[in-house]
Design a binder for this molecule. Structure first.
Ligand code: SP5
Ligand code: ZN
Length: 341
């Protein structure tokens, strides 16, 4: 399987996040992707290729223009005031506050975010445009006839909606890939999110569309991040009604329950008649993950890949979450190797 990867992700290294009321080092850090790349190489998964530069058109196909342009100049505007520390949003336009876009860069960061998990750093723009290029290059590989591709994207993307960031995510790499597959001739794309957290951003982007079926298996938002989306009764709207499927599972659910949800999701994908599949591949479902509460073991990740392969679809994997850094490569690459068994 081809892996698409760029070192540009390393330019995005946030200094801190707020966790349990404490400022702690970011869970989402460059070592995550470095470990996955090392495992890709050690396991001889296949060629590792740099992305092509596709410019902003594929990003603008799923994101709001003002949102994209904000990121393009945000660091320059933040740092020209003499600030050399990351910017973090810390205020949100909640109920009854006006949805006006402020002029100040800090106000705009708040306007365009849903939480404080998205530091703006000197290299954020290079990293997020690099990740988008990785996703598009992998999609183009499928469009040229390949059976599978791994987009080793960092930072992750699935919490990023059309016009907001959050949960370590800026541009929605998997959504960008799905849109690219559609534009390139796939009539129906299924996008299955197996990260521990609900893919609220991806759901937002495709909620009113029937040409991309979004499915997500995740910790129940009644107790788990991102709290405000991911319930089973969110099934799409307008033309998209019936094309959004959430499989929330109580935190602490068994591995058997998780695989039952995977089987149900796969059956939905079959019934849909997808001609391409995108997987938002988070491995924070791992039993040793520091911020999540499912209990998949190393071998379970092989089983995920095997089950997905049975769908028989051209499949692109986009890397998302996973915060147990030492085993992150084994877990992610096990899915890919299971797919190829
Ligand atoms: C891409 C991705 O996986 N983003 C995840 C963002 C999660 N951010 C907030 C996590 C809060 C977890 N709180 C757990 C408390 C356990 N004591
Ligand atoms: Zn996650």
């Amino acid at each position: 399987m081809l892996t698409v990867y760029t070192d540009a992700h390393r330019l995005h290294a946030g200094r801190a996040e707020l966790y349990n009321g404490t400022i702690t080092p970011c869970f989402e850090k460059p070592e995550r992707a470095d470990m996955v790349l090392a495992r890709v190489r050690d396991s001889a998964l296949g060629e590792v290729r740099a992305p092509k530069d596709h410019g902003l058109a594929p990003v603008l196909a799923v994101h709001d223009e003002g949102y994209v342009r904000f990121w393009e100049t945000a660091w320059q505007r933040w740092s020209e005031g003499g600030r050399d520390w990351d910017a973090l949003p810390k205020m949100w336009q909640v109920r009854r506050l006006r949805a006006t876009i402020p002029d100040h860069v800090e106000g705009q960061l708040c306007y365009y975010s849903m939480d404080a998990g998205t530091p703006l750093t000197a290299g954020t723009w290079q990293a997020i445009t690099g990740a988008a290029n990785v996703a598009v290059t992998a999609a183009d590989h499928l469009l040229s006839g390949a059976k599978s591709a791994f987009a080793l994207t960092r930072p992750p993307g699935h919490h990023a909606a059309r016009d907001y960031c959050g949960g370590y995510c800026y541009f929605n790499n998997a959504a960008i890939a799905a849109e690219r597959l559609r534009a390139g001739g796939a009539h129906r794309v299924a996008l299955l999110d197996v990260d521990y957290h609900h893919g609220n951003g991806t759901q937002d982007i495709f909620y009113q569309r029937d040409d991309v079926l979004f499915l997500s298996i995740h910790g129940d938002p009644r107790t788990e991040y991102p709290f405000f989306l991911g319930h089973a009764d969110e099934t799409g709207e307008g033309a998209g009604l019936g094309y959004n499927a959430n499989f929330p599972l109580a935190a602490g659910s068994s591995v058997d329950a998780w695989f039952a949800a995977l089987d149900a999701a796969c059956k939905r994908i079959e019934a849909y008649g997808a001609d391409a599949l995108v997987i938002s591949l988070g491995v924070d479902t791992y039993e040793g993950d520091p911020i999540s509460r499912f209990s998949l073991a190393h071998d379970d990740f092989l089983r995920i890949g095997q089950r997905l392969a049975r769908l028989g679809l051209p499949t692109q994997f986009c890397f998302e979450g996973g915060y147990a850094v030492e085993p992150i490569g084994v877990n992610a690459v096990n899915v890919l190797q299971g797919f190829e068994l």
